[in-house]
Ligand binder design. Structure first.
Ligand code: ZN
Length: 147
C-alpha cells in the first residue's frame, strides 16, 4: 500500500512536469474522479474534452486550420473557447442562470476550473451538483454537439 501511494505520487509529479494545463496541475491523485463521469457516455466525453482543452470549438480548431473563423457561432463577438461558451457568451445568459445561482449561494468563483470539476477543495457532493448543472446547460444550449 505504501509503495502504491508512493508510485501514484511519483506518476502525478511526472505528469505535471512540463504541462501547465489545469486538468493536471490541480490534481491531487491519479485516476478518475467520480464526478468526471456521467451516465451518458456522450457527456463524459464532452466533459473530458472541455477539461483537456482538446475540443471542437472554433477557437481550438482555428489554431490548426486558418480558414476556420475562431469566433463564437452564437454571439460572433469573442473567440469560441470553453471559457467563453460556458461562462461568458451573451447568447446564453438565461440558460446559465442556475449555474450562476448555485455558485453565488455556495460562494464559488465562476471560473472554468470550478465548473469543470478541477478544484479538489470542493466536497464530492458539490462536485456532483456542479456537474449536473453543467450537463443540463450543455443539453439546453445544444453546445454539447459542438464540443
Ligand atoms: Zn458567444
Amino acid at each position: 500500500m505504501q509503495l502504491k501511494k508512493y508510485l501514484e505520487k511519483k506518476i502525478l509529479e511526472e505528469l505535471k512536469r512540463g504541462n501547465d494545463k489545469p486538468n493536471l496541475q490541480l490534481r491531487t491523485k491519479t485516476g478518475l474522479h467520480n464526478w468526471h463521469n456521467c451516465k451518458a457516455r456522450k457527456f463524459t466525453r464532452t466533459l473530458f474534452r472541455l477539461r483537456t482543452g482538446h475540443n471542437r470549438l472554433n477557437g481550438h480548431l482555428s489554431r490548426f486550420n486558418k480558414s476556420i473563423n475562431p469566433n463564437c457561432q452564437d454571439c460572433h463577438r469573442d473567440e469560441e473557447t470553453a471559457e467563453h461558451v460556458l461562462l461568458q457568451c451573451k447568447s446564453w445568459i438565461p440558460e446559465r442562470g442556475e449555474i450562476n445561482h448555485y455558485f453565488h449561494t455556495h460562494n464559488i468563483q465562476p471560473e472554468l476550473t470550478n465548473l469543470l470539476g478541477l478544484n479538489p477543495s470542493f466536497p464530492s457532493k458539490t462536485q456532483f451538483n456542479i456537474t449536473r448543472l453543467l450537463v443540463k446547460y450543455l443539453r439546453n444550449t445544444r453546445i454539447i454537439y459542438r464540443i
